[in-house]
Each structure stands twice: as structure tokens, then as C-alpha cells.
Ligand binder design. Structure first.
Ligand SMILES: [Zn+2]
Length: 198
């Protein structure tokens, strides 16, 4: 089997002598382990002695300003940036570049990821594929179209225990972006999810 055809999880990750990189997207609802999976892949790259960089949007400071932290409290040092262009500026010598909470970035994130992959970087993007109304959350849908590898993570529905692909907002705000965790959101399956009023 050639290395491009291997499942992502067992990929030997990228290497400085390889010319092309690629894009991996990890997406799903809240509480589905996206950040944990991102951290797991980045840790494996570190074990392979590759230079790893991790970025997250400045908007997301739920747990830490300078670390990517999963709900289960696994973490890695990260750089908080205010635009996708800043990722390109600060990517420098990374072989493997992780981007968490990608749904909070601007639409140009797609071009930034393409540019990095073309330069030979393995880009791993994690984010919500739907907002709390189940509307596709840009720029993730575009990244899915562009990516070589896609992993959909499912949470567990808090109502019935089925696999859950939706994020239900418990609070009343109607803005698309309201940063929060289990205080504001829960994972629900297709049948337990109730669409919020317009
Ligand atoms: Zn359910």
C-alpha cells in the first residue's frame, strides 16, 4: 500500500522531504471529541520529531488563552490568532499544522489551508460542521470539499444515548456564535434534536 492510501490514523505523517502536504478535516457536533482527536494526531507527529504548530481563533478562550484544551482536559500549547491570514504569517517551519475551532475563522481559511498543503504542510483542521440550527457552518463545508481525509466524529445523545451529530443550544440567545460548553449546549441525535424557533 502506498502511503497516500493509508488510513489517516496510521499515516506516518508528513516529512520535510516530501513535496506535497494534504488537508485532514475532523468535524462533528460539540462533545464529539474533535479536539481530542486533533491533539492525538499532533502528539503522534511530535513523537515522529516533526515540527508541530497549533492555532485557534482568539474568540475561543473557554479554557485557556495559549493552549488547545479538549473537554476531557487533554491539552497542547497553541497560538491564538485573529484571522486566517495570521496563520499563514506564523506557520513558518511547521511540518504539521493543527487548527482548532475552525468554524470561527473567516472564509479565507480555505485558501490558507490550500496554500499550506501546497507548500508541503500536513494541515489538520477541527471544527463544527453545523451550527446550533443545523445549518452548515462555513468555512468547514468548503474545507470538506477540499480535504483529502475527512473524519466525522459523533457525540452521544444526552437524551437517549444514540450517536449524536447535532448541537442543541440550551440557552435562549439567537446569535450564531455564542461561546460556551455544557452550560449552554448539549449533543443530541436526529430524533431528540428540536429546531429552535426562528
Ligand atoms: Zn437522542
Amino acid at each position: 500500500m502506498n502511503r497516500e492510501a493509508r488510513p489517516v490514523d496510521d499515516s506516518p505523517v508528513t516529512h520535510p522531504t516530501h513535496k506535497t502536504g494534504w488537508i485532514e478535516v475532523i468535524c462533528g457536533p460539540m462533545f464529539s471529541g474533535k479536539t481530542e482527536e486533533l491533539i492525538r494526531r499532533l502528539r503522534r507527529a511530535q513523537i515522529a520529531r516533526l515540527r508541530v504548530a497549533i492555532f485557534k481563533p482568539k474568540i475561543d478562550n473557554r479554557f485557556s488563552e495559549d493552549r488547545v484544551v479538549s473537554h476531557s482536559d487533554v491539552s497542547l500549547p497553541s497560538v491564538a490568532v485573529s484571522s486566517s491570514a495570521e496563520i499563514l504569517e506564523r506557520a513558518s517551519v511547521a511540518h504539521v499544522l493543527g487548527i482548532d475551532e475552525a468554524q470561527f475563522f473567516d472564509a479565507d481559511l480555505v485558501n490558507v489551508c490550500k496554500e499550506l498543503a501546497n507548500r508541503g504542510v500536513r494541515v489538520i483542521v477541527a471544527g463544527l460542521d453545523q451550527d446550533y440550527r443545523t445549518v452548515p457552518f462555513e468555512p468547514i463545508p468548503h474545507l470538506l470539499a477540499e480535504a483529502e481525509y475527512i473524519t466525522k466524529t459523533l457525540a452521544i445523545c444526552v437524551r437517549c444515548g444514540a450517536p449524536a451529530n447535532r448541537t442543541y443550544r440550551l440557552s435562549e440567545e439567537s446569535e450564531r456564535v455564542v461561546v460556551g460548553a455544557s452550560d449552554r449546549y448539549e449533543a443530541r441525535c436526529r430524533s431528540c434534536y428540536i429546531k429552535p424557533k426562528e
